[in-house]
Ligand binder design. Structure first.
Ligand code: ADP
Ligand code: MG
Length: 386
């Protein structure tokens, strides 16, 4: 057998967006010997500390996107709010971009995303389109109902639950979806990796717990506490969703498990995902390495879960801003099995994702207890009180 030879650096990867996801992708890419350039508007963004080079510029600036393409053999992104028009042009001119900008365009619009899923018989919550929701229209609808802005939402921004007419003032003044309110038993997620040749590596089912106030996913536990049948069905639905999109890359598939045991896809993130951070410490191949392998046309890694694991986001404490001040770090690091990640954001803000911690333990309940203990001690405050 003639073995293929590679140069060093292996190849040049361009990442649109240099937040924590771009940073962690860059960390793995650097570990593996790639050359990395990131595009981000913030000069000292988290990924800048790791990448070989940064292009400072807007994710919507055609010239900057072209500049990134010029210094990259392949491009990926860590955020979906970017200029797909230019990316589609670059794609047509032969730039390798994964996932495809056409797929990204579908995902950017929650209505289009839903339509594609339905076309491919992927189970989703019932919905209707509404271009301008008014209290009068709301009065005709079964409540509670969920309004979702078609574009631009993230971390719960762009989603409101309208429980009664008293919530009329929460109506989003933007073209939206109105979605059936799902009184779910759990929120589940699965990371699905899919190659340029359609091969798939599916990660285990995880359980997501959301902070009631901020609506940001607070804790992720793997494996999810569900029956083997539900776990298998959930993985199948996640794979079906990524295949429906003909996705190439790594995808975070968010799902609802209903009280009657149905699995519905909520939404799909076409990139590494918060609910996949646990893979760094707990899986054979982490989500970031899987993405790099896929965009570089290298074989998939194994996605096996090696140990029970719990991940908690570290959000900026309420009432603080300015340079981060990390309280309780030494006490937290004394917890066995705990790993600490700080993203390197220069400024903290209330509820901003500043870092995360992961605990591995042979007993998932012990891991959960340790995470809760850590969360009572570890606080990301700031130099300035608001
Ligand atoms: N149809 C629904 N029924 C009940 N809760 C929902 C529904 N859709 C969304 N939610 C809640 O709102 C959260 C955010 O909604 P999501 O569509 O995932 O938007 P985002 O882009 O902000 O993540 C979900 O994780 C879930 O907790
Ligand atoms: Mg979501």
């Amino acid at each position: 057998m003639k073995l293929q030879a590679f140069p060093y650096p292996l190849s040049r990867i361009g990442i649109i967006g240099g937040g924590q996801l771009g940073k962690m992708t860059a960390q793995i890419a650097k570990r593996m010997g790639f050359y990395v350039t990131v595009l981000d508007p913030v000069p000292k963004c988290p990924a800048e500390h790791i990448a070989d080079a940064q292009i400072v510029g807007s994710l919507y600036d055609p010239a900057k996107l072209r500049a990134l393409a010029q210094v990259s053999d392949v491009i990926t992104f860590d955020v979906e709010h970017i200029d797909t028009q230019t990316l589609k042009q670059l794609h047509e001119e032969g730039t390798r971009i994964f996932p495809s900008p056409y797929l990204l365009e579908t995902i950017q619009d929650k209505l289009k995303q839903k339509q594609v899923l339905i076309q491919h018989h992927v189970p989703v919550a019932n919905y209707q389109r509404v271009d301008a929701l008014t209290p009068d229209i709301l009065a005709t609808l079964p409540l509670p109902i969920v309004q979702k802005a078609r574009t631009g939402g993230y971390d719960g921004k762009g989603v409101v639950v309208l429980k009664s007419m008293a919530d009329s003032d929460k109506i989003l003044p933007t073209p939206s979806l109105l979605e059936e309110y799902i009184d779910f038993e759990k929120e589940l997620a699965v990371m699905v990796a899919r190659t340029q040749h359609g091969e798939i590596a599916c990660y285990p089912v995880v359980e997501m717990v959301f902070d009631a106030q901020t609506n940001i996913c607070d804790i992720v536990a793997a494996p999810a506490n569900v029956s083997p049948e539900i776990a298998q069905k959930t993985q199948q639905v996640a794979i079906q969703a990524v295949e429906a999109l003909d996705g190439v890359g790594i995808f975070g598939v968010e799902m609802f498990l209903t009280r009657t045991g149905e699995v519905l896809v909520n939404e799909i993130a076409p990139r590494p995902h918060n609910s996949g951070h646990y893979t760094i410490e707990a899986c054979t191949t982490c989500q970031f390495e899987q993405l790099i392998r896929i965009i570089s046309d290298l074989p998939l890694g194994e996605s096996r879960l090696l140990t029970p694991v719990v991940m908690a986001n570290l959000l900026g404490e309420q009432g603080y801003t300015g340079k981060p001040v990390i309280e309780g770090l030494a006490e937290t690091l004394a917890i066995p099995g705990l790993t600490f990640h700080l993203y390197g954001k220069e400024i903290t803000q209330p509820s901003r994702k500043m870092g995360h911690i992961t605990v591995v333990d042979s007993d998932l309940n012990h891991a959960l207890a340790k995470i809760h203990q850590a969360k009572t001690m570890l606080k990301i405050k700031g130099e300035r009180v608001l």
